[in-house]
Design a protein around this ligand. Structure first.
Ligand code: S3P
Length: 425
């Protein structure tokens, strides 16, 4: 994909559905009794992996252009899959489904692509094993493929060493099948979509500070869910709108849950012109975001805000390269175990474009303001790296050539179409 420099991006964009919320709607709808109707479901490859896993366990899921219907069979209604569950590239599918599978009365195996086979699964194997689950990494390296033999589970209190919504959700979902109240404490609060949505389906989940607790064996009932636009997808258009001179973009219906809105807080701190409009609350808080171009200055990003913008750090690294002054990102070692090592990918490719950037064990130091030029970018099949560089390509001098650019289908199949639609106005 060749990205060319753009002048003024203008117009309105309806941001595709939130990936985290789309996954959970299918999973919890499958475990509920009756039909769950999901509108604005994200048809990205990751969420389609979740659908296919539950279909393999006997759940009927209908897809149309406008909505997804999940015909749930209750907490104990899943059937043993005939073969291995394919989680594709999706860490969320892998870690959340493992919590569910641990409490079933059948054996299952799950596996995915090369990236999934190198991502750490010990972080879920440890708490699930403490609950009495039988879960093994088949290659003995703490990664997928995983084999899970369902068993009766014990309630635990788990002190998670990482702030990870995937770990927290995995343990809470196993807690649906435990013999008492299961709770998880994390070092910093991560996204809370599982807690909010499980309660909406009828579970009893309590949150206090960084601890979430769940009561076992609730009666979950099918629900209607409107998936908000994904702030992680909106991030690319916030970046494009800020960096491309003369731009004004209205991003419609974006989820602004406080456990996800770190990018808005950081961009405002850097001097960005972003206005929130039409704020409303429909299970999750949403708003329209109006972004206008303007010069930014460097900042420090670290500490408690990190989980609230972890997936937006690749885009923030690109924005920082165009901002005046130094930006320091720290406390973000988790970036090294995402779909790719995102510190390495961003540093290596931004350097090719002429940026002054260095990686640290848990972040990056970016001395912004140097003119960037076109280069051949290898996003290492990481959707978020590819989209962040596409935005860099709309502002740098000369053509930017992104290899394996189609990897954006993981979370945003129409990304390039949307980017060029705004540019052609
Ligand atoms: C996600 C949680 C985050 C995030 C990922 C989606 C989720 O991962 O990076 O893209 O849906 O729960 P961790 O929980 O591992 O930090």
């Amino acid at each position: 994909m060749i990205i060319k420099k753009q002048t003024a991006l203008r117009g309105e964009l309806s941001i595709p559905g939130d990936k985290s919320i789309s996954h959970r709607a299918v999973m919890f709808g499958s475990l509920a009794r009756g039909t769950t109707r999901i509108s604005r479901f994200l048809e990205g490859a990751d969420c389609l992996s979740t659908i296919s896993c539950f279909q393999k366990m006997g759940i009927s899921i209908e897809r149309s252009d406008r909505e997804i219907l999940v015909h749930g069979k209750g907490l104990h209604g899943l059937a043993a899959p005939a073969d291995c569950l394919d989680v594709g590239n999706s860490g969320t599918t892998t870690r959340l489904i493992s919590g569910i599978l641990a409490g079933q009365n059948f054996v299952s195996e799950l596996n995915g692509d090369a990236s999934i086979q190198s991502r750490p699964m010990k972080r879920i194997i440890t708490p699930l094993t403490a609950m009495g689950a039988d879960i093994v990494s088949l290659k003995g390296n703490g990664c997928a493929p995983l084999r899970i033999a369902g068993r009766p589970l014990h309630a635990i209190h788990y002190n998670s060493p990482v702030a990870s919504a995937q770990v927290k959700s995995c343990v809470l979902l196993a807690g649906l099948y435990a013999d008492g109240i299961t709770s998880v404490t994390e070092p910093v609060l991560s996204r809370n979509h599982t807690e909010l949505m499980l309660n909406y389906f009828g579970a009893q989940v309590e949150s206090s500070g960084t601890t979430a607790s769940i009561h076992p064996e609730p009666l979950l009932e099918g629900r209607d869910i409107q998936v908000p636009g994904d702030i992680s997808s909106a991030a690319y258009f916030l970046g494009a709108g800020i960096l491309t001179p003369g731009s004004e973009i209205l991003l419609k219906n974006v989820g602004i849950n406080p456990t996800r809105d770190g990018i808005l807080r950081v961009l405002k701190d850097m001097g960005a012109d972003i206005t929130l409009m039409n704020e409303k609350h429909d299970g999750e808080p949403v708003a329209d975001l109006l972004v206008r171009s303007g010069a930014l200055h460097g900042t420090e990003i670290g500490g408690e805000i990190i989980p609230a913008l972890i997936d937006e750090l690749p885009m923030l690294a690109v924005i920082a390269a165009f901002a005046e002054g130094t930006t320091v990102i720290r406390d973000a070692a988790e970036l090294r175990v995402k779909e790719s090592d995102r510190i390495e990918v961003m540093v290596e490719n931004l350097k090719k474009m002429g940026a002054d950037i260095e990686g640290t064990p848990d972040g990056m130091v970016i001395r912004g303001g140097r003119p960037l030029h076109g280069a051949v970018i290898d996003p290492r099949l990481d959707h978020r790296a590819a989209m962040s560089f596409a935005v860099a390509g709309t502002v740098c001098d000369g053509d930017l050539d992104i290899r394996d650019a189609e990897c954006v289908t993981i979370s945003y199949p129409d990304f390039y179409k949307d980017l060029y639609r705004l540019g052609s106005r």
